[in-house]
Design a protein around this ligand. Structure first.
Ligand code: ZN
Length: 340
């Protein structure tokens, strides 16, 4: 088994954000370029967790907001205050562009639309996942039943991952496909479809400004989970690795992620993330070599997830189990796992 060379996290472009991240505080509003700002919106449960929201000014004076963050009243107040810092209000927003359907990115979209009449843009796969969520969650329940999870943990999985889970119920105004340029006066914001974290995850490329908005596809320190929105017949792990490859030509751009801090050299970070997955794959292969007709839960118990799956419940445990299944499938060894 090979262990990849230890790699340090990418160097921050924004020391303000990196310092706030290290201290567990909310970074201040920061100007990124002429007419481009970033503000941090806390999670509903509060800091230290926050989403990095980006605000871009169009030639007609309207604003584009990339990922407005969580949509509770206190988090919306932070968004309003952030806009006030740059002399703007929610009324000025003409377009909300979302990288993906998670509540920490899409949550405030409907409230922003209500306040301003802004259009909400997302990939069709995200719109579909929102529409089909009831059906998808029923099938997630069926997965959970097959995973071989000890009985006392199962109800928690159904609550967090199966029929107990709800995506923000937001209808899209504008469906954005791979390669589409967003309708923003005087700006060239191109969508790059990067499935993996969710099936319709988008990055946005602002080549003239040298910026790459990566949502949760690539973050400087966190390894994003996979297959966390919208069921797909493809393997989210395979999709994710292919989506990492799509960033190879964008190494010159400054990375504007959905969390943590801005950084450079997306290619090096993508290589580290791909190495991490290769290593996971080796652990899953080793578990399958060792165990005789294991359940998925038994395989996952042999994978060194942070803290080990014995320490996990709910969403985290479900995500670890789903990842294990994606790895087995990529190895072509799904049929060695015994459905419970
Ligand atoms: Zn996120």
């Amino acid at each position: 088994m090979t262990t990849p060379a230890p790699t340090s996290p990418p160097t921050p472009v924004s020391t303000l954000q990196a310092e706030a991240f290290a201290a567990g505080t909310l970074p201040p509003v920061e100007q990124v370029r002429d007419g481009v700002w970033t503000l941090a919106i806390p999670f509903a449960a509060g800091i230290p967790d926050s989403t990095l929201t980006y605000v871009l000014e169009a030639a007609d004076g309207s604003l584009v907001v990339v990922d407005p963050g969580w949509g509770t009243e206190p988090t919306l107040a932070v968004l309003r205050d952030g806009l006030a810092t740059i002399g703007r209000t929610l009324d000025d927003v003409g377009l909300v562009a979302v990288t993906h359907l998670h509540v920490d990115h899409l949550g405030a979209a409907a409230a922003v639309r209500n306040a301003s009449g802004a259009r909400i843009a997302m990939h069709p796969a995200e719109a579909r996942a929102i529409r089909h969520q009831d059906e998808d969650r029923r099938r997630d329940d069926e997965d959970i039943a097959r995973w071989g999870v000890p009985e006392p943990l199962r109800a928690g999985l159904v609550r967090a991952w199966g029929t107990g889970r709800r995506l923000p119920d937001v209808e899209a105004d504008l469906l954005v496909e791979d390669g589409d340029v967003l309708p923003v006066a005087g700006r060239e914001l191109r969508a790059l479809w990067t499935p993996g974290h969710t099936t319709g995850h988008l990055c946005f490329v602002d080549a003239p400004d040298g910026l790459l908005f990566t949502g949760d596809h690539v973050l400087p320190r966190i390894n994003s989970g996979l297959g966390l929105g919208g069921r797909t017949d493809t393997n989210p792990l395979e999709d994710y690795l292919a989506s990492l490859d799509r960033l190879a030509d964008l190494a010159e751009l400054e990375v504007c992620p959905g969390h943590e801090y801005r950084f450079r050299d997306v290619r090096a970070r993508a290589a580290t993330l791909a190495d991490h997955r290769r290593e996971r794959g080796e652990h899953v292969a080793a578990a399958l070599d060792t165990l005789d007709r294991p359940t998925l839960f038994e395989v996952a118990a042999h994978v060194p997830f942070r803290g080990g799956i014995a320490s996990m419940t709910g969403y985290l445990l479900a995500s670890a189990l789903a990842q294990t299944a994606f790895h087995a499938r990529l190895l072509g060894r799904s049929d060695e796992i015994r459905p419970a």
